[in-house]
Design a protein around this ligand. Structure first.
Ligand code: HEC
Length: 264
């Protein structure tokens, strides 16, 4: 699949994802295990003691930049929407426990022509992620209890404040398509905006005048380089008013990776 196709969103291949041959013997075993598992394991531990909290955190960090999954509040669009990918099969009576095998298999053996890197995670992390996806894919409602607070809401950090001409707006270290905060303040004049990005997802920070959610009328008055695991900065001249900062990597702004700077 070309990366262009991958960017088009959900791929029409649920049949492969769900086929018994793809699940293999492991899938059959998982089905059998699923049937034996007692109910009442609580919110946090999955059917076979997979750690759902760790699974959710790892999903957001390693998978969410490419996949939408409503419960995890991820909005990536490079790969298929995982709620949609599993919804039809679940409605047709697929056992939820089957999903786990599909996800673990996909992590080990993604489509070689697709944009999904092989072995992004391994061992217990892969198991935890798969258990979390099994629990929440296409499920109604929201995560509750400890799962609800496992990952802080995107952009909910303390507002960034400019000091001595310097403003630091980190990309979310969790791998969310968000900055650590969606609010910043600055005094008019020349301001250097630094964007540390400790996540493995590539981002930059661009600034345009005005307050827009989606691609604004714009003009971009400055932007940092696109980076991961590092820091990049840009110096812009700000006048009193409101500016929008956002990520220029395709799909990121639409997923909510933007915020506003109030300049006094
Ligand atoms: C760089 C982007 C990217 C990342 C990161 C990524 N994926 Fe994917 N994923 C894709 C693409 C593109 C496809 C479709 C092509 C393919 O099957 O390999 C896909 C397909 C899938 C499918 C199959 C869905 C279907 O309809 O068949 C599952 C399940 C999946 N990914 C789960 C994950 C999980 C779990 C992670 C994290 C460990 C992850 N992905 C990380 C891009 C990504």
């Amino acid at each position: 699949m070309s990366s262009e196709d991958a960017l088009q969103g959900p791929r029409r291949r649920p049949a492969r994802a769900m086929s018994a041959s793809r699940l293999g013997a492991g899938g059959a075993l998982l089905l059998a295990l699923g049937a034996l598992v007692a109910t009442g394991c609580g919110e946090v531990k999955g059917a076979d003691n997979a750690n759902l909290i760790a699974g959710k955190k790892a999903f957001v960090a390693k998978c969410g930049s490419c996949h939408t999954l409503a419960h995890a509040e991820t909005k990536g669009v490079v790969g298929p929407n995982l709620d949609e990918a599993f919804r039809a099969s679940i409605e047709e009576g697929l056992q939820r426990s089957t999903i786990r095998g599909v996800v673990e298999e996909q992590i080990k053996i993604p489509n070689p022509e697709g944009a999904m890197p092989k072995n992004l995670v391994s061992g217990s992390t892969a198991r935890d992620i798969a258990a979390y996806v099994e629990k929440v894919a296409a499920a109604p409602g929201k995560d509750s209890g400890l799962l609800a607070t496992a990952v802080a809401p995107a952009g909910s950090g303390k507002p960034a404040e400019e000091k001595n001409g310097k403003l630091t707006i980190p990309a979310s270290p969790t791998g969310q398509l968000a900055y650590a905060t969606d609010k910043a303040t600055a005094t008019a004049g020349s301001v250097t905006i630094e964007m540390p990005n400790m996540s493995g997802v590539t981002h930059n920070l661009a600034v345009e005048a005005g307050s827009h959610e989606s691609s604004g009328p714009g003009p971009v008055i400055g932007h940092t380089e696109i980076i991961s695991k590092g820091s990049s900065s840009v110096t812009v001249k700000l006048k009193p008013g409101t500016y929008t900062f956002f990520c220029q990597v395709p799909g990121h702004r639409a997923a909510g990776m933007f915020g506003h700077i109030t300049v006094k």
